[in-house]
Design a protein. Structure first.
Lengths: 255, 194
C-alpha cells in the first residue's frame, strides 16, 4: 500500500540510475534509512535543484512503496547544504566517515531518530572545520552505544574488577578482561588484544562524555583509534572505505 | 539464439534502449540497404579496435597522444581537469578552452572508496613538470567534485601553479555533460582562482 510521507532527512548516498535518475539514500528523522529514487534528477534541476547533494539536510515528500522497494521522491526543500563542509577536504572526509558509520550500524527502516540527530549535529559541527581526533572517537563511541554495541570498558567481563594492571580487549565479547581472568581462560579467544591503562583511561573518559581530564600522548591516541577501528570493523565485517580514504590523505601529509 | 534476437538483446544493453526500441532498430537496419548494415557493423568494430585512452591526457582517441595533445595551436601551459571524457567533449564544444586536458578516471569519493591512489592523480602531477601555469578544475560541483578540486589545489599549491575552479552557474550537483554550451562557456570564462 503506497504511503505518502513528509519528513526531515539527511542525504547519505547518491548513485546514478539509468540515464537521468538518481538513487538517493536518506536518513530520515522518523522512518529510518530509506532508499529513494529521484526521477530525472541528473538532467533537470527544476524539481530537486541542489537538494540531493551528500550531507544536505532536506525536507522531503516521498511515496513509500513498501519494504524492499525504492521509495519515490516527489519533492525536496533544502534546509542546510553544509556548504562550509564542502569547502574543506578534511571536513568532507570526516563527514563521509561519520556517514559511513551510520550506514554500517543502521539497516534500512531501522528506528534511527537518535542517529539522525547525532549525524545532524556532527555535520553542523563540521561546518566550523574538521573535527579533532577526540571528537571523531567520541562520535564512534556514540554510534556504538546507540546501536547497542557500546564496548564494555568499566569492569572486567570475567570478575567485575575495575582495577587491574593489565587488560585485554576481547572482541568476541565486546569488552575488557583482566589479566588474572585471562590466565584462567576467560576471554582467551583468538580475537583479543592487549589494552594499555592509558588507552583504557582515554576511552573510558570519552565514553562518559564531557572533557578528557588529561593530555593523551600521541601513541595513546593512535592506539585508541586503532582499537576502536578494529571494534567497528568487526561489526561491519569489512574495512570502512572512508577510513581508508582518511589514511590516504594522511599519507599525503594532509591530516 | 537466432541472429535477430541476438542483435536485439545486444542493443537492449545500450543506455535508454528497451525491447521495443531495440526491435525497431533491428527492423530499420534490415529494411535499409545491405551497405548500411555492413558499414554500421564495421564502424562498431573500428571503434572497438582503434579507440584508446590518450596516454597523456586520457581523452579517447585513435592516436596516442591524441589530436588535442599534439595540436601546436593549443596552449600547453593551461590544463583543464575533467572527470570524464564526455565533459571534455562538452567543453570542446564551447571553443572557450584553448589549452590541454586531463581526464581523471572519476572523482575522489571517500564513501565509494575512491581515494587519491584510485584516481591516478600522480599522472597529473607528472605533467606539471613542464611549464604549466594554470590548472582549471572542471569537475562537477558535487561533494566529490569539490573534494577532487580541493585535493588538486592542495597538491599543486607549493609549485606556484594557479589553480582555478569553473564558476558556479553549473547547477549545484549538476553535470557538465547535461549542461548547455552557453552556461559551460560562461562558467569557464568566469572561473575563479581557488
Ligand atoms: Zn577479571
Ligand atoms: Zn591527449
Amino acid at each position: 500500500m503506497p504511503r505518502r510521507i513528509h519528513t526531515d532527512a539527511i542525504v547519505l548516498l547518491r548513485h546514478e540510475l539509468g540515464e537521468s535518475d538518481r538513487i538517493v539514500t536518506l536518513l530520515t528523522c522518523d522512518q529510518g534509512i530509506l532508499r529513494t529514487v529521484a526521477p530525472a534528477a541528473r538532467r533537470s534541476k527544476r524539481r530537486f535543484g541542489g537538494c540531493l547533494e551528500l550531507f544536505a539536510r532536506i525536507e522531503v515528500s516521498l511515496v513509500d512503496l513498501g519494504a524492499g522497494k525504492l521509495a519515490r521522491l516527489e519533492e525536496a526543500v533544502l534546509r542546510d547544504s553544509h556548504e562550509a563542509v564542502k569547502s574543506d577536504l578534511l571536513a568532507i572526509a570526516h563527514a563521509s566517515y561519520l556517514t559511513e558509520l551510520i550506514l554500517v550500524f543502521w539497516k534500512e527502516r531501522d528506528e534511527a531518530g537518535q542517529a539522525h540527530r547525532l549525524l545532524g549535529d556532527a555535520l553542523s559541527r563540521l561546518d566550523r572545520g574538521p573535527m579533532s581526533t577526540q571528537e571523531i572517537r567520541r562520535f564512534e563511541l556514540d554510534v556504538l552505544a546507540l546501536a547497542g554495541f557500546a564496548p564494555s570498558l568499566d569492569a572486567c567481563l570475567g570478575c567485575g574488577t575495575n582495577n587491574a594492571r593489565q587488560w585485554v580487549f576481547d572482541h568476541d565479547r565486546g569488552g575488557i578482561v583482566c589479566q588474572s581472568c585471562l590466565t584462567q581462560g576467560v576471554g582467551s579467544g583468538p580475537r583479543n588484544e592487549p589494552v594499555t591503562p592509558s588507552v583504557l583511561r582515554l576511552l573510558r573518559e570519552l565514553q562518559k562524555g564531557g572533557r578528557v581530564s588529561f593530555e593523551a600522548a600521541p601513541q595513546t591516541r593512535g592506539a585508541a583509534r586503532a582499537l576502536l577501528g578494529r571494534i567497528i570493523q568487526g561489526y561491519a565485517g569489512r574495512p570502512l572505505r572512508a577510513r581508508e580514504f582518511l589514511r590516504q590523505l594522511a599519507g599525503k601529509g594532509s591530516g | 539464439m537466432d541472429a535477430m534476437s541476438r542483435l536485439i538483446s545486444l542493443l537492449k544493453q545500450l543506455p535508454g534502449v528497451g525491447e521495443k526500441t531495440a526491435t525497431r532498430l533491428v527492423f530499420h537496419i534490415l529494411s535499409s540497404s545491405r551497405d548500411y548494415g555492413h558499414a554500421l557493423a564495421q564502424s562498431v568494430a573500428d571503434v572497438v579496435e582503434r579507440v584508446r585512452p590518450c596516454k597523456q591526457c586520457g581523452n579517447l582517441s585513435e592516436t596516442s597522444p591524441c589530436r588535442i595533445c599534439t595540436d601546436p595551436k593549443r596552449d600547453p601551459t593551461v590544463i583543464c581537469v575533467v572527470e570524464k571524457v564526455q565533459d571534455l567533449l562538452a567543453i570542446e564544444n564551447t571553443h572557450e578552452h584553448r589549452g590541454l586536458y586531463h581526464v581523471l578516471p572519476g572523482t575522489l569519493s571517500p564513501l565509494e572508496g575512491r581515494g587519491p591512489e584510485q584516481i591516478r592523480i600522480h599522472e597529473l602531477l607528472d605533467r606539471l613538470e613542464k611549464d604549466v601555469v594554470e590548472i582549471i578544475v572542471a569537475t562537477s560541483s558535487s561533494v566529490e567534485g569539490e573534494a577532487t578540486a580541493l585535493y588538486i589545489k592542495k597538491l599543486v599549491d607549493s609549485r606556484g601553479i594557479r589553480v582555478s575552479r569553473i564558476a558556479s552557474g553549473i547547477p549545484v550537483g549538476g553535470e557538465l555533460e547535461y549542461t548547455d554550451r552557453g552556461t559551460i562557456g560562461r562558467a569557464l570564462s568566469g572561473r575563479r582562482e581557488m
